[in-house]
Design a protein around this ligand. Structure first.
Ligand SMILES: C[S@@+](CC[C@H](N)C(=O)[O-])C[C@H]1O[C@@H](n2cnc3c(N)ncnc32)[C@H](O)[C@@H]1O
Length: 429
């Protein structure tokens, strides 16, 4: 006889955005998931967080999701896993490249395996020539191959640099289709920091005290390629429509296709903590020749939200007006209090929220009525003065005609500092 008892699910999950652990919020969550783990970006958020937001909203299957600060593509990739069409915008050429490659379906991992073997063999041949050269001869004769980053041998020892150049030469010479070349280039770019004399240090790059004379470049490149092939097998082959665009999310009208309309936005803009994406990605950008010189990196930083590296700092001297009364009101005089310690930092905070306001102005025309928004943001402190970025962002949303649904403080960033990360949930009225 059939049992009358109803079958219950083994686990009942409930999306909660409070008291989340580190892996369910931060980049650390990326390492557990195929493709997400291909490139480390410390300020990225976790796939689990995006999946929970989508589950919380229960969007219709034909919903279109926008990610205006795409980073390494966490939101688009989760949308692909969940079968949702999506579009993402990213300013930084390296992060744009990473997101684009991760979200482009690749159907034949065997072709990748053949190309990888060929490139590895060629790299070994190039290295056998390079390794016998003394450092000065190498730096002069191979000048055109060497990343144009300042103090290149401070980043990589001459021996490691020779191995990297051997890989670069093999990649450039190989006559392989562009989709395969992209996967190989991404694998090479993803190991650049671990074989360098720099390390990720809360969260910016800094140089280690004891430089590495050598590092397992070929071995790590090979492992990274094996992981790439493995992950391609385990990711859904059929992916919904995905558009990754390079551009500035302060001027979305110049980036998005004219008739775009979105039902949801899941994103994390840069936090107001001076972190510089241009600075952190310049080893990779120079290695892949995505930028030509330091001037280009400086320009990138000036266009970006939130960074203050190089030229972008000098932009902050002088006088800064508030972009609108909404921004001034939301900031409650905090910049002026910070200004008692530093005029530059006063301007930094004003500029940061002016930029956010400009982004929201440019976003609004592309949103459907009742569109749902989730903005992940962290607060900061300047001279012990707390900048509650989540509340300020919520006030700016309200002043622009959005309805703020809730602010969920997800996680304290370390126990005593008072720093946390939050999601601001809002809706188009
Ligand atoms: C917090 S990160 C986003 C990380 C992303 N959620 C992920 O998981 O990888 C913020 C991103 O905004 C980008 N960005 C900064 N200013 C921008 C702008 N004006 N337009 C578009 N993207 C910008 C940065 O390059 C960075 O990738």
């Amino acid at each position: 006889m059939m049992s009358q008892l109803k079958q219950l699910p083994l686990f009942v999950t409930k999306a909660s955005f409070r008291e989340r652990n580190v892996k369910s919020v931060t980049f650390k969550g990326n390492f557990d998931y195929p493709i997400h783990r291909w490139f480390r970006l410390t300020p990225s958020f976790s796939p689990e967080l995006v999946a929970d937001i989508l589950a919380h909203w229960k969007l219709p299957h034909d919903a279109e999701v926008l990610e205006p600060f795409c980073g390494v593509g966490t939101t688009p990739l989760v949308c692909q896993e969940r079968g949702l069409s999506n579009c993402a915008v990213e300013l930084n050429p390296l992060l744009y490249f990473v997101a684009k490659v991760k979200t482009t379906p690749f159907r034949n991992p065997t072709d990748l395996a053949v190309a990888a073997e060929e490139v590895m063999a060629q790299a070994q041949i190039h290295f056998s020539t390079l390794k016998s050269l003394d450092t000065d001869t190498f730096l002069i004769e191979y000048h055109d191959w060497i990343p144009r980053i300042r103090n290149v041998t401070k980043w990589w020892s001459p021996l490691v640099l020779k191995k990297l150049i051997a890989v670069r030469m093999a990649l450039t010479d190989a006559s392989i289709p562009v989709d395969i070349a992209n996967l190989l280039n991404l694998a090479a770019a993803s190991i650049l920091i671990e074989v360098s004399n720099a390390r990720h240090n809360h969260p910016s790059l800094s140089f280690t005290k004891v430089p590495k004379n050598d590092a397992p470049v070929f071995e790590r490149f090979q492992e990274q390629l094996e992981m790439t092939m493995h992950d391609l097998h385990s990711f859904p082959q059929e992916r919904p429509k995905t558009l990754i665009l390079q551009g500035n999310s302060k001027q979305l009208e110049q980036v998005l296709p004219a008739n775009s309309v979105f039902d949801a936005v899941i994103t994390s803009p840069p936090y107001p903590n001076r972190y510089s994406y241009a600075r952190e990605t310049r080893p990779h950008m120079f290695f892949l020749e995505l930028v030509q010189d330091g001037r280009e990196v400086g320009e990138l930083e000036t266009e970006a939200i939130g960074g203050t590296w190089g030229k972008a700092t000098s932009v902050l001297s002088g006088h800064f007006d508030y972009r609108s009364p909404a921004v001034e009101e939301a900031l409650h005089g905090i910049p002026e209090r910070i200004g008692q310690h530093s005029h530059l930092m006063q301007n930094y905070v004003i500029k940061y929220f002016n930029d956010i306001q400009q982004h929201i102005e440019s976003l609004k025309p592309f949103l459907r009525r009742r569109a749902q928004l989730a903005y992940v943001i962290g607060n900061s402190k300047f001279y012990k003065i707390v900048l509650p970025s989540d509340e300020i962002l919520a006030d700016i949303f309200e002043a622009n005609g959005f309805r703020v649904i809730s602010i969920e403080r997800m996680r304290r960033r370390n126990s005593k500092s008072g720093l946390y990360e939050a999601i601001v949930f809002a809706e188009v009225q």
